[in-house]
Design a protein around this ligand. Structure first.
Ligand SMILES: [Cu+2]
Length: 306
């Protein structure tokens, strides 16, 4: 069977653990043995030992070789994990506060990752804001996403099912909400999914009957701070927003505004202009997040949330 990230990482762990346990027991055994064997009643006069060149050489060389073997073993695994095979499928992974977005070669975007069974998948990682960590414990892969550079990691899933994706770098308030799933499905099912056909994915973030505006809010990461059902989150809920009176702070002064299209659009483009009272000024400015047509869909969707 071809090597996988899981095999490589588990192998290194077992190798190091085995030697650690052997050495631990070796040292403890020798210590106890010497304490008993040379105890005062049995050995009242201590022997002076000047030294033993061979013994000293041995306990320098052996542990050095052992530590080096661990290094070589680790380096081999590291190189394996860093170099994706050339026949890999590439999936772009966008990290941002506080959600993941997966983008496929044909432009399809999804909040969950869907991959075919037994194929090599290369993840190209980028971050929109701060450092995050793309972490898939079941595949033993973990790689930071760093703003400004592209990092990568790859895996080959050998069993169908769904696997958790976590963020392994503390990235702010809702860091623990930065979750997604990787669905490993048969290659045929994967092709259907990629073409946009609905397939059964138990527990997926994506819903079948989403409106275009809803998809946009999810894709652009708005729903990690805003709920659409009135629930409390980092930012105000969108439910009932349209037409309501909002108390905001504009240039340090409190005032009330009616949430019409213009207000909502301005709140997205320049969030710091009117800061909703009681909320922190942490929303990322979204000058180019939506095209004019997309703005239309988003506003229509928010208007509908009564
Ligand atoms: Cu994160």
């Amino acid at each position: 069977m071809a090597a996988t990230s899981t095999g490589v990482v588990n192998g290194a762990l077992i190798y190091i653990l085995t030697f650690s346990i052997l050495i631990l027991f070796g040292i403890v055994f020798t210590m106890v043995y010497f304490a008993v064997r040379y105890r005062k009643s049995r050995n009242p006069v201590a022997t002076e030992i000047a030294g033993n060149k061979w013994l000293e050489a041995l306990w320098i060389i052996l542990p050095t070789l052992l530590a080096l073997s661990m290094f070589v073993y680790g380096l081999t695994g590291f190189n394996f994990l860093r170099n994706a095979p050339s026949d890999s499928i590439t999936v772009k992974v966008h990290a941002r506060q506080w959600s993941w977005l997966f983008e496929y070669g044909n432009g399809k975007k999804s909040p969950d990752m869907v991959v075919p069974l037994g194929k090599n998948v290369r993840c190209e990682l980028t971050s929109d804001d701060v450092i995050h960590g793309f972490y898939v414990p079941a595949f033993r892969i973990q790689q930071d996403t760093v703003p400004g550079i592209t990092t990568q990691v790859w895996f080959n899933a050998t069993a169908e099912g769904s696997y958790d994706v976590l963020c392994s770098q503390y990235c702010g308030l809702k860091h623990s909400n930065m979750l997604a799933k990787i669905f490993v499905v048969s290659p045929a099912k994967y092709d259907d999914w990629l073409k946009g056909e609905p397939i059964e994915l138990a527990g997926a973030v994506q819903k079948a009957d989403e409106k275009p505006g809803e998809v946009l809010l999810r894709e652009r990461g708005c729903v990690s701070c805003h709920s659409t059902d009135g629930g409390p989150m980092v930012g105000p809920t969108f439910k009932g927003l349209f037409g309501s009176k909002v108390r905001v702070i504009t240039e340090g002064k409190k005032r009330a505004v009616t949430a019409d299209d213009a207000y909502i659009q301005k709140s997205i483009v320049d969030p710091a202009a009117d800061i909703v009272e009681g909320y922190p000024n942490i929303m990322p400015p979204g000058k180019d997040v939506f095209s004019p047509e997309e703005f239309h869909e988003v506003l229509e969707y928010i208007e509908g949330l009564r």
